[in-house]
Structures are given as C-alpha cells and as structure tokens.
Ligand binder design. Sequence first.
Ligand SMILES: Nc1ncnc2c1ncn2[C@@H]1O[C@H](COP(=O)(O)OP(=O)(O)OP(=O)(O)O)[C@@H](O)[C@H]1O
Ligand SMILES: [Mg+2]
Length: 255
Amino acid sequence: MNIDVSGITVGYGKEIILEKLSFSFEGPGLIQILGPNGAGKSTLLKTIIGLIKPIDGHIVINNEDVTGDPRRAGRYIGYVPQVTSIQETYYPVTLKELVECCYLLKKKWPRLYISKDEEKIIKDALLFVGLPRSVWNKCFWDLSGGQKQRGYIARALVSNPDILLMDEPFSNIDPNGKMDLAERISRLSKRKLIIVTSHDPMLLLKYTNKILLLNRRIYIYGDPHEVLSKEVAEKIYGKALIEVKEHLHIIDSHF
Ligand SMILES: Nc1ncnc2c1ncn2[C@@H]1O[C@H](COP(=O)(O)OP(=O)(O)OP(=O)(O)O)[C@@H](O)[C@H]1O
Ligand SMILES: [Mg+2]
C-alpha cells in the first residue's frame, strides 16, 4: 500500500489553503498530521479521499491516480470524518445499521443479503472500536460524542481498507478511552496505512513513522524527532509553543 501526494494546491474559491504540498509513504504505518485550527488538516484529508479536487497536483494511491475521484479513492481508503455537533444531518438509523450500510455499499453482490460470516465482520468492527452490544441498536444520533466517533471508525473499518484516514479521532474520547483507542490504532497500523490528524501528538508518538506539520502554505514532513524540534515546531505554532525543561508544549499538548 502506498500514497503519493504530489504538488497539490487546494483552495476554496479564491482562498488558497494548501500550496504545492507533497509527501509520500509506502507500506503499513502511521502518519500524524499536526497543526493549529484552520491549518488545512481536514482540507488535506478531504482532498486525499477525492471530496475536494485540487487546483493543481495529484493524489496517487496504490499506483492509481485518484485525484478528485472519491469512488476510486474509496476502493482503497476508509475515512473517519471530524465529528462536530453542528454538522449532523438526522436520518433514522441505528449504530449497527450505519456500519452495515457501509459494508453493503462496498460489497459487490448480493447487496441485500448479509451472511453469518459477514455479520461477524460487522460485529467484530463494532467490538474492535470498543462499542458494547448495549448500544448497537440505539439510534446513531442519540449516542454520545465519543460513541459516535467510535461508530465512524467502525464504519470505516468494516470494508477492510488498505488506508485509513482519521480526522481527529480522539476529539470526543475520555482520557482512558484515548489511551485505549491509541493502542487500537497502533495495532491497525501494523497492517494498514493510517493517517491521523490530531492536536495531541503524544498519544500516538511512539507508534508514529512520519509527521506532517502543517499551517496553511507552510509544511514540514519527516521523521518525528526531526519535525518536532523546537525550531521547526515554532514556525508552525508560533507563540502557542512554550518550552518547559526539555519538553515542548503546544497549548494543551506536550511532546
Ligand atoms: N467548505 C469550505 N468553504 C470555505 N472555506 C473553508 C471550507 N472548509 C474549510 N474552509 C477554510 O479552510 C481553512 C482550513 O480549514 P480546515 O477545516 O481544513 O482546518 P483544520 O486544520 O482541519 O482545522 P481544525 O483543527 O479546526 O479542525 C479554514 O480557514 C476554513 O475556514
Ligand atoms: Mg479539521
């Protein structure tokens, strides 16, 4: 499995958010995308999955050009969107149905029938993300923020994609849950390519292969120890970065 983002420029109307951004990675592993609010992290993930077409540049996944084509990109990529309380569009669906629907959409034929083995894939995905059976048949929109977040991860996992994009998967999860989820993500990264955006690099640092530090048109991509040096992080976080003994702190985060 491989990803090659080459020279993408992305904007909304006349406003350019990302400019000539390139990075590539091969094999299973974990990439963290870090940067302040409004840096363009979600925009980059949406561009990789094809929901936004870049003004310039290409996205190549598993040696296939998928630029601006969510159907093609979706063959290889599972996407966990950033959960905010405002973006919800209510439609009646239970948690299990939401995950099932995604499975059926990716499946070839027959699409209306779920065998016992397939049922097990769906249940395993729900259990893997730590969602107990007691909430499987609840209306998805009545779940807590953290449960919804986990539901979105199960939905992305169920089609067994090579690559998983996760937009702030820790944002609604409680402290114990964060450690637990980080451990699950690290396990997945042994066999998949995981790209995670986050405001807390510490949670996944020991499992991270590469970091992309991003602030709009400025970015740095490299090994964690290179990217998280004081000089480099300062360029991105400016005054939000403070040094306490040998550790660097970004507002709430620390590394
Ligand atoms: N649909 C849109 N139309 C116009 N501008 C947008 C749109 N989506 C995002 N933007 C703008 O693009 C910039 C980058 O937004 P983006 O959501 O990618 O940032 P982010 O790094 O994910 O931030 P956060 O940490 O808050 O999630 C912001 O200035 C935002 O206002
Ligand atoms: Mg975002």
